[in-house]
Design a binder for this molecule. Sequence first.
Ligand code: SF4
Length: 342
Amino acid sequence: MQKEKLYGKTLNELIAVTKRVSLPGFAAKQMADWLYKKEILSIDEMTNLSKNTRELLSNDYEIGLSAPVNESESSDGTKKYLFKVLNDKYIETAYMPDKERATICVSSQAGCKMGCIFCMTGKQGFQGNLSSNEILNQFRSIPEFKNLTNMVFMGMGEPLDNITEVLKTLDILTNDWGYGWSPTRITVSTVGLVTGIKDFLEKSRCNLAVSLHSPFDEERRKLMPIQRTNTVMEVLDVIRNFEINSQRKISFEYILFKGVNDTPRHIKELARILNGIKCRINIIRFHQIPGSEFHSPDLGTTINFKDALNAKGILTTVRVSRGVDIQAACGLLSTLEQNKPA
Ligand code: SF4
């Protein structure tokens, strides 16, 4: 029988564990300390618990860390790690060092249901939700763990389609009994699930990024099927009606497709629909995927698009592509081969 994993449990869940093994409630805080501050690898290292208690715990529980099974490194220093999850599935994680910053891009699902047509993960379909253990393990188990300064949920999957486990992960990352990270170091990126965004804004203080890609309904539907049920206008209403604290950043991701969403008409409409929202637009280069009819515009068009949005008063930047040569860049993560049924 598989043992339950302690790593990835919130303080409340650890309190439930203490009850099950007849420990006083305060032992949960001690366990959290061992798991998230002292970084132990085995229950036996929890030396302020009696030997008997440790043995009792070990009957049903394990720490539950697992190292990546493969890695590749880009010429720009980005690394991509392959992790085994859900017993027989695989996901990818990207590590991106950049001067004093080191960002991990984690996956929240194996595959994805959302079907965005420009994304390799979308093409592989959905294989399952990751647990908070499996999400947090990506952070803890890469060799660069100690260097990490930022985390983005922009890997495989739609985080708000797995919101319970994602919120648990954020809880552990940002609470004093956990890693104690500032929520401003963490960004959760969503395709735009209206209910999920409401929940996320209420229950966490982390940054939000919404994939926009077009301000026009018909065009966005073609790129992102989610627009059929969760329109971008509904998403913007939720954001507008939520009191966003000044520390929290709201951004919109915008992949530029040559001749599709890079015209003055788009600039005008973006400025109109985002009016009144304190936000930033991140322009992302489209990374070519097999069978796609899309292309990336040239650098000049990209810069002009950015400048025009800035001139309209919307803070706009162009995100530097990282890890393209190892398929670690935006839209390229895929474990289709590894996750094929045997
Ligand atoms: S872009 Fe994100 S939400 Fe869309 S299919 Fe890819 S992983 Fe899923």
